[in-house]
Structures are given as structure tokens and as C-alpha cells.
Design a protein around this ligand. Structure first.
Ligand code: ADP
Ligand code: MG
Length: 289
């Protein structure tokens, strides 16, 4: 079986001394759907940002992250071909979701830019077959009727779905989602999780999704990796995560993970959108790395 994600001896100290990741070792097989759970501050986003190659780990000589056998970072250095690796990864990260002022369809078409010539990415002219593919992806996530709207006018759940459509258009083999349902109401949360489960099942996408509700992780993800204070404290079938085990792993923080999602209005929390210049974010991020 191919390993979609391999992480070895990953440690991260931030400049302020915070030891955010502690000797993380993890293998995710191709086609797996894995929940990364943990109370807030446990290191979920930091771990996913390392996997995306947005943050370099400490420079331990054995420190390694690979996606589909391609190096993301090694010994604390982001690989120079990171853009190529990233083009095969779908990101459903709040800070990179969509370009607010551009129509939804164009946001989704951005997923195909790695296949485009430079002038076409620049002029944002997309051939009919790519537009059809993007519309199809929007239909699969249930928001085809929103394709002409500016991304900023979408609700939180619709934005997450558009980000998933972009990953589909991109042909991503691995999808990383960082708390994609954190600010959604239960119905929107269910839709987003079902779409992630569907692309896992139907397209064979490997999905790694961070969540801080155990009930959702158990419902949609056969495997759970639990983080606590930067360390993996559990890695196994979600069915094994009983409330008793969670209390053993997290103490009083277990309550935060066991709490069901509070009902919220979907429109209340629309994610911060990236500035317009972020159309070419992989290039910007690569330059910053
Ligand atoms: P989670 O996503 O599980 O809520 P994070 O990965 O955001 O947790 O944070 C893990 C820990 O690392 C927290 O203690 C957080 O305060 C710290 N942290 C995250 N990013 C930074 C940063 N850029 N500088 C310093 N500390 C950070
Ligand atoms: Mg987080």
C-alpha cells in the first residue's frame, strides 16, 4: 500500500520557546480518512501547517515529512520543489480558502492553474472543458447555483464546500482540512463532513481532517489520531475512543472534545478571506518558505 503521508521525528519549537510538536511519527495510507483531534492548543493546526510545508520544523536530522513519497520538508528545511508537491494537495484551511472578490467558479478554477501556462494563469482565461469540470465539481459539493457569486457572499459552509470543489478540480490525491466545521451550524457541518467522506470514498482521496469534536470524528473517520500538548497520545480506530479513554488521555480537557457542536447560525462566522493577490498563493508561500 502506498503511503500518502509519512511523518518522522517532527518537533517544533516556536521562537517564543513554545514546544508545539513533540516527536510526531505518523503514517497515513493512501485512501485513508483520518481525524486529527485534540483540545484547542494541542497542535492540530501547527501539524497540518507543517504538512503543507508552510512552516519548517526544528532541524533534527531525522525530521521528515513526505506526501506520496515526495519530500515536503526534511531536517527543518522546506523542499525546494514544494510547489509541485502542493499542487497535488487540496487545502481546506481557513486562511487560504477563497479569494473574496472573485467569483466562486474562478476560485475553483484556480485549482487547475498548475496545469495552465503562465499567460493563462495571468489572464485567468480558462478553456471550456476546465470551466465544465469546475462546474461539475461545484455540483458535486452542492453549490453549482452559487458559481457566479463573489466568494465573499458565500456562507461559511458554502466556502468550505467551494474549497473542496477546488481540491477536486486540482485532482488532489491528499486533502488536508483544518477544522473545516469549527464555525458551522450542525446541518452545514454534516454536509461538509459528508462531502469529505464522499471524495474519500468515491475519488480515493486521502483525507486528514482536524476536528475538536470526538462525536464527529467517530461518525466520519475510521481512524483517529489524538494530540495532546503537541504529542500523539492515541492512534487507532475511532471506535476505541470511549469517554473513559478520553478522560484518561485528556483529564478535564476531555469535556471540550466530548461536547457536541453548539447550534450556531451558518451566517454568523464567515472566515477571514485571503487578499486578492493570494490567487497565486502557492508561489507566495513558496517564496516565503
Ligand atoms: P490547535 O490547532 O490544536 O488549536 P495550534 O497548532 O494552533 O493548536 O497551537 C499549538 C500550540 O502552539 C499552542 O500553544 C499555540 O499557542 C502555539 N503556537 C501556534 N502557533 C504559534 C506561533 N506562530 N508562535 C508561537 N506559538 C504558536
Ligand atoms: Mg487549530
Amino acid at each position: 500500500m502506498t503511503t500518502a503521508l509519512r511523518i518522522r521525528h517532527l518537533d517544533k519549537h516556536f521562537a517564543n520557546g513554545r514546544h508545539a510538536l513533540r516527536d510526531i511519527n505518523l503514517d497515513v495510507a493512501q485512501g485513508d480518512m483520518v481525524a486529527l483531534i485534540g483540545a484547542s492548543g494541542s497542535g492540530k493546526s501547527t501539524l497540518l501547517r507543517h504538512v503543507a510545508g508552510l512552516v519548517a520544523a526544528d532541524g533534527g536530522s531525522e525530521s521528515l515529512i513526505e506526501i506520496d513519497g515526495q519530500c515536503v520538508q526534511r531536517a527543518g528545511r522546506i523542499h525546494r520543489e514544494i510547489r509541485k508537491v502542493r499542487s497535488q494537495v487540496g487545502f481546506v484551511f481557513q486562511q487560504f480558502n477563497l479569494v473574496a472578490r472573485l467569483p466562486v467558479l474562478v476560485n475553483v478554477l484556480v485549482g487547475s492553474l498548475h496545469r495552465a501556462s503562465w499567460w493563462r494563469s495571468w489572464t485567468r482565461m480558462f478553456p471550456a472543458h476546465e470551466r465544465a469540470r469546475a462546474l461539475d465539481a461545484l455540483a458535486r459539493v452542492g453549490i453549482a447555483d452559487c458559481h457566479a457569486q463573489r466568494a465573499s457572499t458565500l456562507s461559511g459552509g458554502q466556502q468550505q464546500r467551494a474549497a473542496i470543489a477546488r481540491a477536486l478540480v486540482q485532482g488532489a490525491k491528499v486533502v488536508l482540512a483544518d477544522e473545516p466545521i469549527a464555525s458551522l451550524d450542525p446541518e452545514s457541518s454534516r454536509k461538509v463532513m459528508e462531502i469529505l467522506a464522499r471524495i474519500n470514498r468515491e475519488d480515493g482521496c486521502t483525507v486528514v481532517v482536524s476536528l475538536h469534536q470526538v462525536d464527529i470524528a467517530m461518525k466520519y473517520c475510521p481512524r483517529v489520531v489524538a494530540l495532546n500538548q503537541g504529542r500523539i497520545v492515541f492512534d487507532g480506530p475511532s471506535s476505541a475512543l470511549t469517554p473513559a479513554l478520553l478522560h484518561e488521555l485528556y483529564g478535564v480537557q476531555a469535556e471540550e472534545l466530548l461536547r457536541p457542536a453548539p447550534p450556531a447560525s451558518e451566517g454568523v462566522s464567515v472566515h477571514v478571506l485571503t487578499p486578492p493577490s493570494a490567487v497565486a498563493w502557492p508561489a507566495k508561500v513558496a517564496a516565503a518558505a
